[in-house]
Write a protein that binds this ligand. Structure first.
Ligand SMILES: Cc1cc2nc3c(=O)[nH]c(=O)nc-3n(C[C@H](O)[C@H](O)[C@H](O)COP(=O)(O)OP(=O)(O)OC[C@H]3O[C@@H](n4cnc5c(N)ncnc54)[C@H](O)[C@@H]3O)c2cc1C
Length: 315
């Protein structure tokens, strides 16, 4: 049977959708829209959050694959659809309303679309400490499910950045003997100290001055009182901020998460602004590639259905 080609995308005056951010969330959203035979462009600046890690862990069928390779494979699959345009560029502005959005790119191009997906991710703000930033994603980590198995049984540290650090230390001790480095955060109350002791977690009050080790590996942290504490990996929860101001520009509502603001969405990943959907780290409190991708699928399918059913309502 001859398939009828989806609507062409060579120079469409108006796209059905523009997806801003082309990583786990954005490419997953675009795939649903593409398979719905609608015209979609994905704009991506090429800075996925886990670009610092050599391997990504835990994603269905892709455990241990390099983030760049995962994203390249997803892009290749999408590029096979004639109704998809992949654009390597930064979106500098987005404006308009449902049915008529304008997206401006750093290169000076402008795209027009009926609907938008924001899949722009978050940016991590790391503690300012000598030796820390250069080890991010290798031996300084945020998530033990992503990067914990590889350090099983080794001496591990949790650098306190907020009161949530106590829970993190209780959890990290599942992977190896753990020291909670308070680094100026208040001493946990007695009940928590008892739980930490029960999990075998040592609490260290002396501030951390620097991280040491060969290359990006970690051997130890230097404490302000001159002691050297041997550690193989250090876990922390960074402060997070939107990687892009576009959601704010469009007027989307936000909600407070434990580690920073996120774009408020309903169960179908629609934002407070009609026609704008949001997916991935920017629009959820728990973060990994699988959840980001699943969000993208939800947003893409919901966006596609809105194109069908809103059209019917207007008929
Ligand atoms: C060090 C580290 C290691 C991690 N390891 C793992 C792991 O092993 N397994 C796992 O499941 N998760 C891991 N994660 C979490 C994972 O990286 C995120 O949950 C996931 O990347 C979120 O996907 P996303 O699509 O929402 O955002 P991102 O992957 O951050 O992608 C956002 C994309 O949007 C683009 N963008 C932003 N603004 C604009 C703009 N204005 N115009 C155009 N493009 C724009 C960016 O350049 C980027 O490509 C790790 C995170 C970190 C920090």
């Amino acid at each position: 049977m001859q398939l009828e080609a989806p609507r062409p995308l060579l120079a469409p005056k108006q796209l059905d959708a523009v997806v801003i951010g082309g990583s786990y969330a954005g490419l997953s959203a675009a795939m649903q829209i593409a398979r719905g035979r609608r015209a979609v462009a994905v704009i991506d600046a090429g800075r996925p959050r886990n670009r610092f890690a050599a391997a990504s862990h835990g994603f269905f069928g892709q455990d241990g694959v390099a983030p760049a390779a995962m994203i390249a494979a997803a892009r290749e699959k999408l590029a096979a659809y004639p109704n998809v345009r992949l654009v390597a560029d930064e979106t500098v502005d987005a404006s308009g309303q449902d049915g008529a959005f304008t997206v401006e790119l750093a290169s000076g191009s402008t795209l027009k679309a009926s609907k938008l997906v924001l899949a722009t991710g978050v940016a991590d703000t790391l503690p300012d400490m000598p030796g820390l930033a250069e080890r991010w994603g290798v031996s300084v980590l945020h998530c033990p499910y992503c990067h914990g198995y590889e350090f099983g049984g080794a001496p591990l540290g949790v650098l306190a950045t907020s009161p949530h650090c106590v829970e993190k230390a209780l959890m990290i001790s599942e992977w190896g003997p753990t020291t909670l480095l308070l680094n100026g955060q208040p001493m946990p109350h007695e009940g928590m100290l008892a739980k930490l002791a029960w999990r075998g977690v040592t609490v260290e009050q002396a501030p951390v001055q620097a991280l040491e080790g060969e290359g990006q590996a970690l051997d130890a942290v230097m404490l302000a009182d001159g002691r050297r504490l041997a550690l193989t990996a250090l876990y922390l929860t960074p402060r997070m901020a939107m990687a892009s101001p576009l959601a704010e520009r469009l007027g989307c509502a936000f909600e407070d998460g434990p580690f920073g603001r996120i774009i408020a969405t309903n169960a179908m990943k629609a934002t407070s602004i009609a026609g704008v959907f949001a997916a991935g780290d920017a629009a959820r409190t728990t973060h990994n590639a699988t959840w980001a991708s699943a969000d993208g699928v939800t947003a893409g399918a919901a966006l596609h259905r809105s194109l069908i059913f809103e059209g019917l309502d207007a008929a």
